[in-house]
Write a protein that binds this ligand. Sequence first.
Ligand SMILES: [Fe+2]
Length: 298
Amino acid sequence: MIYSLKKRTEKLKALCKKTELKKVTELISVGSIKNKNLAYIQDTSRMLLQSCITGSSKKIRSDSDFTSVMNFIKKNKPENITHNGLIVTRKESSIEYALFLKSIFCFLESIGLLNQIDYFISPPQLRIKLGKKSKNFNASDLIHSDSWTPYNTDKSYTLYLPVYGDCKKNYVAFFKPKNSFETKWLEPKKFIDGDEIGKKYKDAKINYKIGKFVVSDCATLHQSILKKGAQPRVSIDMGFILKKVFKSPQNHSHVRTKEIINTGYSQLMVFNDSYDDSLKKILSRKKQSLANRKIIKY
Ligand SMILES: [Fe+2]
């Protein structure tokens, strides 16, 4: 059964009590990331991004301020970035991915959230939102609920963490229900068909900026916003499900925290696809893009 608004409000309130999240609306909470956690995630994100981009081109130089990597991405959109900006890690970057995941777990632990999470909707991924809108029917530029996707359920939360780049002209806007809420609004659909539901929501006025993060119930509608002259923005948008909600994963992409929590410590998540395999081929499997993988313990 789809949770009511009342139940969602109570659940978020309980989550805020157990963690460092602060509730700002019935369905939205926010927090500040500690400088050392942010710096750690920024470093591992740069390494992962550089590794994933270099993987598809030999033409790229490495430099400490990262300008050439960003310029390269702006000029030739690399093949291994999906229409919504998800960077699809391949086996050659498994070590960089492990360090990236470790930095995320350190952050989640520091805000008391890690031990509340039972499943991640998929292994956390880095996202780069370039300055151009996507025309896809499920583009994040359209107002949407994450519960509309085939991978989420109506019982997920999403954590939005901007990592670096332009958050002034390239950001996420969040919306809250105006004065009513119907559970059927959360049934799966294409983002492009969500306009009417969007009209029942209003701007929640959440300040999306580096140093802050947002955790929202999936009944929150949101949308990527690109203003004129927008530059790329790198972020982590991570779906998860709390403990005591489901006894087993609800679809192939859900991954238990305990299965991946030691990644970067005593295990690696090794992806089977190589940079020699095209993204088209990976996405044509109709599975989450990091689904083809194995865990190696050491
Ligand atoms: Fe979303």
